[in-house]
Design a protein around this ligand. Structure first.
Ligand code: NAD
Ligand code: ZN
Length: 360
């Protein structure tokens, strides 16, 4: 089993192994005493596939188990849902020594983590992420929260879990769009910090996306988690270094929003990274042959070719509201070469517009 220590305050471990779901009870016994009540918050599809196995396993290890479902849809990731969950948890007699466990993708992880951070001013929290995106990104770093009508993730808290159990085998039931969406984040880690990971992604693309080779999946998940962990440890509260994780995200977010969220986050990120690579030739000295090769790879990944009707004006307007802006200038994370980044906030609007025009 691979174990990654996360040196945040408080520190914790992320464990990665195919089949780990079947050992979740044993794993949690090292952290919680027998008889602890573990309340599982779960969404529909992961619940259908994995809840029974998880519950049986936890009960066999001596835990008292309870499960509540989180309603489907990103629209329900809001304070109303949190409030309903507080009611359910309080009515079930939850106390401060009990634990909340999130079984699901990033959405369930964010909601469950926020409930855990706030109920009784904080109760123990465990994550069992079930999407590639949640395994390599959302479950690492301690960000929890919900959306506000005005924008995504406006309400939240930094709250570290007691542990994260990652079972790559769970990705076998995930549909291709979700796999590609998570894969985009893995590619991002390759671009910003690990040229060898990027090459593995390029040469083993199909084996990764088909979730055939669980050892390969374990390897790319661990490498991704380590990169995010090392960045988050140095910048727990998002004051600087975490900015690197935003590679491809400024334009990616603008596209995701302009599509009315018809594109998954990672699908929009593929386009955003393509744009960042193109800007990198002129503003970071990236070799044009590298850009051409990487952009071709990003564009060949399966994603819906819908008529998105995106105009550069709408995207530029969306860029103005990027949370990472400084003095109203969009900050771009660019690449000098794979694994070597450069942050620039002085890119002229005309250059951004030109790139957007070539993309759309
Ligand atoms: N906290 C963070 O640092 C962070 C980082 C990135 C994203 N996020 C948040 O994560 C959310 C996106 O996460 P996501 O991409 O995991 O999406 P998601 O949680 O919405 O899950 C995507 C879909 O996959 C289904 N699913 C989940 N696991 C499955 C499995 N094993 N088999 C079959 N189907 C499965 C779900 O039911 C859902 O329909 C957003 O709300 C985003 O804001 C948070
Ligand atoms: Zn992202």
């Amino acid at each position: 089993m691979e174990t990654i220590r996360i040196r945040t305050r408080p520190p914790y471990r992320i464990s990665v192994e195919p089949g780990l779901l079947q050992h979740s009870g044993e794993m949690l016994k090292t952290l919680f005493s027998s008889g602890t009540r573990i309340t599982i918050l779960v969404s529909e599809t992961p619940g259908k596939h994995y809840l029974e196995t998880l519950e049986n396993n936890l009960k066999a290890a001596g835990f008292d188990c309870l499960a509540f479902s989180v309603p489907p849809g990103e629209k329900r990731k809001n304070l109303q849902t949190v409030s309903e969950l507080y009611d359910a948890l309080i009515n079930a007699g939850m106390d401060r020594s009990d634990c909340i466990l999130a079984l699901g993708g990033g959405r369930v992880g964010d909601i469950a983590g926020f409930c855990a951070a706030t109920l009784y001013r904080g109760i123990p929290f465990v994550q069992v992420p079930t999407t590639l995106l949640a395994q390599v990104d959302a479950s690492v770093g301690g960000k929890t929260g919900v959306n506000h009508e005005k924008a995504k993730n406006l309400i939240g808290a930094f709250y570290q879990p007691r542990t994260v159990l990652i079972d790559p085998e769970l990705l076998r039931t995930l549909d291709m769009r979700e796999r590609v969406s998570g894969f985009a984040e893995v590619l991002k880690y390759g671009f910003i910090a690990d040229a060898a990971l990027l090459e593995t992604c390029i040469t083993r693309r199909d084996a990764i996306l088909n979730a055939e080779d669980l050892l390969l999946l374990t390897d790319i998940i661990c490498r991704s988690v380590r990169i995010k962990a090392r960045i988050v440890e140095k910048d727990e509260r998002e004051s600087g270094l975490r900015m690197l994780l935003n590679f491809g995200h400024s334009i990616g977010h603008a596209i995701e929003k302009a599509s009315g969220y018809a594109l998954r986050h990672g699908e929009a990120l593929l386009i955003g990274m393509d744009a960042a690579l193109r800007l990198s030739i002129r503003f970071a000295g990236l070799a044009p042959e590298s850009q051409a090769r990487f952009s071709a790879f990003l564009n060949a990944l399966p994603r819906p070719r819908t008529d998105l009707q995106l105009s550069p004006e709408i995207l530029i307007d969306n860029l103005r509201y990027d949370k990472k802006n400084k003095n109203r200038q969009t900050r771009f994370v660019l690449l000098r070469a794979p694994g070597k980044t450069l942050i620039r906030d002085d890119i002229p609007q005309t250059a951004i517009r030109e790139i957007l025009e070539t993309l759309l």
